[in-house]
Design a protein around this ligand. Structure first.
Ligand SMILES: Nc1nc2c(c(=O)[nH]1)N(C=O)[C@@H](CNc1ccc(C(=O)N[C@@H](CCC(=O)O)C(=O)O)cc1)CN2
Ligand SMILES: Nc1ncnc2c1ncn2[C@@H]1O[C@H](COP(=O)(O)OP(=O)(O)OP(=O)(O)O)[C@@H](O)[C@H]1O
Length: 252
């Protein structure tokens, strides 16, 4: 899916295009009407709550939305998990250093979070009792769902992040980790305002960019990979027994 960029000149050009696009998206997000934004926040989170992959997920990694960055809110989702879904384990990002190194640590309540130097809420490495929080890379069981932030996305699964490379590095490591343990690969789902879904071909990518399996916007779910579609098909099958549904344009 990613066009493979080999020489330095090409790479520099792609990073420059990404910077230009980021500036454009930041402007678009700043210009959004706050009440429309909050409607979209609620719509996206309600849709996520109803998806088969969210309902069935046992362990998930989610970002903690930052309103200054105009990210789709995740706090309603997280509160929902902590109040109603006792069974789910949640891991959230903690930036460790500037070398694109981030860990995902277990939290069990919103109060486990404190603001970092970038004003993003994140967990301290140890909990209130002084015990080290579980790092998802040390967990005995697989994460089934990642809820991802980003500045822009497209329908073929391209994702433009904030330029730190934190998520691409982490997601690639987690895929390798799951492969080594013969675990099912997790589903990568990005949360997006309508304005952040761009036409195909506009988002430049390198071979390090990890594609997403699905997008959730206020208009609904956009499944991209067969993995993202199959859980929906499973639900369909239970409802429309015997009717064959042929879906085109689904990418692996
Ligand atoms: N909520 C959230 N948490 C996250 C991320 C994220 O994108 N969102 N990250 C994902 O990597 C990591 C942190 N990386 C970050 C990278 C840049 C900025 C940031 O403030 N960017 C400013 C511009 C800074 C600049 O001048 O270059 C911006 O985008 O407006 C924040 C977090 C881990 N935690
Ligand atoms: N001109 C360049 N040449 C080589 N590497 C670069 C260049 N510009 C940025 N990088 C590196 O590429 C990485 C960022 O890549 P990318 O633009 O794909 O991040 P992103 O996908 O927006 O961020 P994230 O994955 O955290 O959401 C960073 O580690 C950065 O240091």
């Amino acid at each position: 899916m990613n066009s493979s960029t080999t020489n330095h000149g090409d790479l520099d050009a792609v990073f420059k295009q990404k910077r230009v696009l980021r500036t454009q998206l930041r402007k678009t997000l700043k210009a959004m009407d706050p009440s429309l934004r909050s409607q979209q926040d609620n719509a996206v989170q309600d849709i996520v709550l109803g998806t088969p992959w969210f309902k069935s997920s046992l362990r998930l990694c989610a970002y903690i939305s930052c309103s200054a960055l105009r990210e789709v809110d995740t706090l309603k989702l997280l509160s929902h998990i902590f109040q109603h879904s006792g069974g789910k384990r949640v891991y959230v990002p903690r930036v460790e250093d500037k070398n694109s190194h981030m860990r995902m640590l277990h939290i069990s309540r919103i109060d486990d979070l404190i603001a970092n130097s970038m004003d993003i809420l994140e967990p301290a490495p140890v909990d209130a009792d002084g015990n080290a929080r579980e790092d998802v890379m040390q967990a005995n069981d697989p994460v089934d769902l990642f809820l991802l932030p980003g500045l822009a996305f497209d329908r073929s699964g391209r994702r433009l992040g904030r330029g730190g490379g934190y998520y691409d590095t982490f997601l690639k490591n987690y895929q390798d980790h799951a492969r080594t343990r013969n675990w099912k690969q997790p589903l990568f789902v990005a949360l997006s305002y309508s304005q952040q879904i761009l036409d195909e071909g506009v988002i430049p990518v390198t071979s390090s960019d990890v594609p997403v399996d699905a997008l959730v916007s206020p208009d609904g779910v956009i499944p991209i990979s067969t993995a993202a579609l199959s859980s929906f098909l499973h639900c369909f099958r239970q409802q429309v027994n015997g009717v064959l549904i042929v879906l085109n344009d689904v990418k692996n």
